[in-house]
Design a protein around this ligand. Structure first.
Ligand code: ADP
Length: 632
C-alpha cells in the first residue's frame, strides 16, 4: 500500500477555527455525557492539586526536622501529613472512580451521536457511497486514536489538569521569588529581579521547545491518518473472526483462507513493524518525543539549580527546597502540558472537520406539515402521476412516466424482469426517495406536503433484503421493546410460524441468533422471512408491501401464504412484487414493468390473453417448467 498523507492534515487551520470546532464538539459531546465532564473536572482538580498538599506538608515537616526538632511539633506535623495525604489520596481515588464509571459509556455516547445522525439522514444519503465513506472516516479516526469528537474529552481532561497544576504551582512558588538571600552573602545577586526573570525565561524556553517537539511528533502521527484509516477499514472487514464465522461454509468449500488472510498479512501493514507508521515511530516521531522528554528533565535540573542556590545563600530552609522544586517543576510541566494540548487541539480540529462533514450532511427532502389523519376506514388512495426517477448521480432513468392508481383495499401485483424498476417504485411509494419528475398523491395531495413520519407510518414493508436483529423474537415482531404478546403470536401464526414458535424454548422471549444469547436460535431464510411478514402485519398499517415475500419459502409454505393471502392482508391495500407469475393470480390487478415503465396493466386473464405482451412471454417462459410439452 502506498503512503497517503492526509490532505486535510497538511493544511493547518487558524486558531479561531480550531477553537470554534473544539467548542462545538465539546457541546455535542457534553450533551451526551454531562456527568463525565463534571466527574472529569473534579478528578482533574484532585489529580493536579493533591500532590501540592503533600509537598507543602512535607516541607513543614522537613523544616521542623532541620530546625527546632521539637518532638511534639514533629509528631503533629507527621500525623497531619499522614492524615491529610491519606484523605487527599482517598478523595482523588473516589473522583477518579467516578470519572472511570462515567467514562465506561463515553464510547457508546459517541456511537449514539453517529447513529442518531444516520437515522435522521435522508434515505437517499444513507444509500449514497459518499455518505458511507464520510461515516467510515469518522469511525476509523475514532478507532485509530480516538481522534474526532471523543478526543475533545481527552483534551478537556488534560487541559483542565494542566490549568489546575499551573494555578497550584503559582500559589506554592510565589514566595520563592520574594524570599531574599541575606545581604552580604556571595549569592545575594540572586535577589535582583533580573535573576528571577532569567530563570523564568529559561524555564519558559524549555517548556516551549519541549512542547514544540512533542507537537511535531504528534503531527507526524496525525498526518498519516489516511494510512491508519485504511488499515482500520481492512481490519474491520477481515481482521475479526466475524467474516470467518459468518462465511464458514463458503470459505471451506472454496478454500478461501489464504484470500481472507492475505489482506491482513500483506496488503495492509499499516500498524506493523515495517509499516510507514512503524518506521516513523522508530525514526523522526520517536526522536521528537525523546527530545521532548530530555528537555523536561532539563526543566527539573534548572529548577533544582535555582532553588538550591537560593537555599545555599540562606534565603530559606531545607524544607522549602522540597516545596519549591516540587511546585516549580509541576508548574512548568503544567505549562508544557497546556501547550501540548493546544497543539493536540489543532491536530484534532482537522479530524473534527471530518466528523462535521458527516454530521452536517443536510436533509434536503421537503418535510410537509399536513397530517395524514388516522382513518379507521383505511380509505387512503395513492396515485403515481407521470412519475420519473433517476438515482442521484445516475444518468439512467430507473422509472419513466409511471402512471398508476391504487384501488383502496385492492391487491396489486408488480412484475417484470430484473432491473425493470419494481423496487424503485416501492422506494418512491414509501418516500425513501422523491420523484425526479411528476408527483405521487395521497388522497389527491402531493405526498411531500404530509408530515414525513405520519406518511411513513402508512406502510408496512417486507423488503427483499430485510434484516432481523439479534434480539428476542417478540421484539423483532413488535419492532420495539414493548410487545403486545397476543398480537405478536397472532401475526406469527398468520405468517405461518406457529409450528416453529411452539418448538422454541422460551417462545416469544427466545433470542434470534446467538450474538447476544448462547441459547438463541439460528432461523433459516424461510423462517426469517415469515418473521419479517409477521413484523409487517403487527404494524397494522393501511398499506402492506411485500417484495418477493416467498422467495425463501419452500413450495408448501409458499402455497400456504397464497392460500391465506386474503386473511393475511385483510382490508389493507396490498402491493406484491414477485418473479413467480403463478403467485400473482390472486391479485386483482397486475402491473408489468419493463425498463422503468409500466408496459401493461390488467388482470391475469387479460394479460395472458394479450399474446404480443411481455406478460404473456414471461408467463410462458415460466410455465414451460411446470407443464409437459403436450400441455404447453
Ligand atoms: P427491480 O426491482 O425491478 O429488479 P430496481 O428498481 O432495483 O429493479 O432497479 C431499477 C434500475 O435502477 C436498475 O437499472 C438498477 O441498476 C438501478 N438502481 C437500483 N438501485 C440503485 C441505486 N441505489 N443507485 C443507482 N441505481 C440504482
Amino acid at each position: 500500500m502506498t503512503s497517503h498523507v492526509d490532505e486535510q492534515a497538511r493544511q493547518r487551520i487558524g486558531l479561531p477555527e480550531v477553537l470554534r470546532r473544539t467548542w462545538r464538539a465539546c457541546a455535542i459531546y457534553a450533551r451526551q455525557c454531562p456527568s463525565w465532564f463534571a466527574a472529569t473536572a473534579v478528578s482533574s482538580l484532585f489529580v493536579a492539586c493533591g500532590p501540592y498538599v503533600t509537598i507543602w506538608l512535607s516541607a513543614r515537616l522537613v523544616d521542623e526536622l532541620a530546625g527546632r526538632r521539637d518532638p511534639g511539633r514533629l509528631m503533629q506535623w507527621t500525623v497531619l501529613t499522614l492524615v491529610v495525604s491519606a484523605a487527599v489520596s482517598l478523595a482523588t481515588s473516589a473522583a477518579q472512580h467516578w470519572k472511570n464509571r462515567e467514562g465506561a459509556t463515553t464510547s457508546w455516547s459517541h456511537k449514539r451521536i453517529l447513529m442518531s445522525k444516520m437515522m435522521d439522514m435522508d434515505y437517499q444519503d444513507v444509500d449514497d457511497q459518499r455518505s458511507y465513506d464520510a461515516f467510515l472516516n469518522v469511525v476509523q479516526n475514532d478507532n485509530w486514536a480516538g481522534y474526532g469528537i471523543r478526543y475533545v474529552g481527552y483534551i478537556f481532561d488534560d487541559l483542565l489538569t494542566a490549568v489546575f497544576r499551573i494555578l497550584g504551582g503559582i500559589a506554592l512558588s510565589v514566595s520563592l521569588f520574594v524570599a531574599d538571600v541575606p545581604d552580604g552573602s556571595p549569592l545575594d545577586a540572586l535577589n535582583g529581579p533580573a535573576c528571577g526573570i532569567v530563570f523564568i525565561a529559561v524555564m519558559l524556553a524549555i517548556v516551549v521547545i519541549a512542547s514544540k517537539c512533542e507537537d511535531n511528533g504528534n503531527r507526524l502521527w496525525a498526518r498519516h491518518a489516511e494510512d491508519a484509516r485504511f488499515g482500520n477499514r481492512v481490519f474491520a472487514a477481515f481482521g475479526g473472526y466475524k467474516s470467518t464465522w459468518r462465511n464458514a461454509l463458503d470459505l471451506r468449500i472454496y478454500r478461501q483462507q489464504e484470500q481472507l488472510c492475505s489482506p491482513m498479512l500483506r496488503g495492509n501493514n499499516t500498524f506493523g513493524y515495517h509499516s510507514v507508521i512503524g518506521r516513523l515511530a522508530r525514526g523522526p516521531m520517536g526522536a521528537w518525543m525523546v527530545a521532548a522528554r530530555v528537555l523536561t528533565v532539563g526543566l527539573t535540573a534548572a529548577a533544582y539549580l535555582f532553588v538550591c542556590l537560593k537555599a545555599w545563600g540562606g534565603a530559606f530552609g531545607v524544607g522549602a527546597v522540597t516545596q519549591y522544586v516540587g511546585a516549580v517543576t509541576s508548574l512548568f510541566a503544567g505549562l508544557s502540558a497546556l501547550l501540548t494540548q493546544v497543539g493536540e487541539m489543532r491536530n484534532n480540529a482537522e479530524f473534527l472537520g471530518t466528523s462535521f462533514a458527516f454530521l452536517d450532511i443536510p436533509n434536503r427532502m421537503y418535510q410537509g406539515s399536513l397530517t395524514t389523519e388516522k382513518r379507521s376506514d383505511r380509505r387512503y388512495e395513492v396515485e403515481f402521476r407521470d412519475v420519473s426517477f433517476r438515482y442521484p448521480g445516475s444518468r439512467m432513468w430507473a422509472l419513466r412516466h409511471v402512471n398508476l392508481r391504487f384501488r383502496v383495499g385492492g391487491r396489486l401485483a408488480v412484475v417484470g424482469p430484473n432491473g425493470s424498476g419494481k423496487t424503485t417504485f416501492i422506494k418512491l411509494l414509501c418516500r425513501l426517495y422523491d420523484p425526479t419528475e411528476g408527483e405521487i398523491l395521497l388522497n389527491g395531495i402531493d405526498i411531500r406536503k404530509y408530515r414525513y413520519d405520519e406518511y411513513m407510518a402508512l406502510f408496512s414493508v417486507v423488503f427483499q433484503d430485510f434484516r432481523l436483529l439479534s434480539l428476542p423474537l417478540g421484539q423483532n415482531v413488535a419492532a420495539g421493546v414493548d410487545v403486545d404478546r397476543r398480537r405478536a403470536v397472532d401475526c406469527l401464526g398468520k405468517a405461518g410460524f406457529a409450528d416453529r414458535l411452539a418448538t422454541l424454548p422460551k417462545g416469544l422471549d427466545t433470542s434470534l441468533y446467538r450474538d447476544l444469547d448462547k441459547d438463541g436460535v439460528e432461523v433459516s431464510g424461510g423462517e426469517a422471512q415469515k418473521i419479517a411478514i409477521a413484523r409487517a402485519l403487527y404494524r397494522d398499517a393501511p398499506f402492506v408491501i411485500l417484495d418477493e415475500p416467498t422467495a425463501a419459502l419452500d413450495p408448501v409454505a409458499e402455497a400456504e401464504v397464497y392460500a391465506r393471502f386474503d386473511e393475511l392482508v385483510g382490508d389493507r391495500t396490498a402491493v406484491y412484487i414477485s418473479h413467480r407469475l403463478s403467485s400473482c393470480r390472486f391479485c386483482d390487478r397486475i402491473a408489468v414493468f419493463d425498463h422503468g415503465a409500466v408496459v401493461q396493466s390488467g388482470t391475469h386473464d387479460e394479460l395472458v390473453a394479450d399474446e404480443g405482451g411481455l406478460y404473456h412471454e414471461l408467463w410462458h417462459a415460466q410455465a414451460q417448467y411446470y407443464t409437459t410439452p403436450a400441455e404447453a
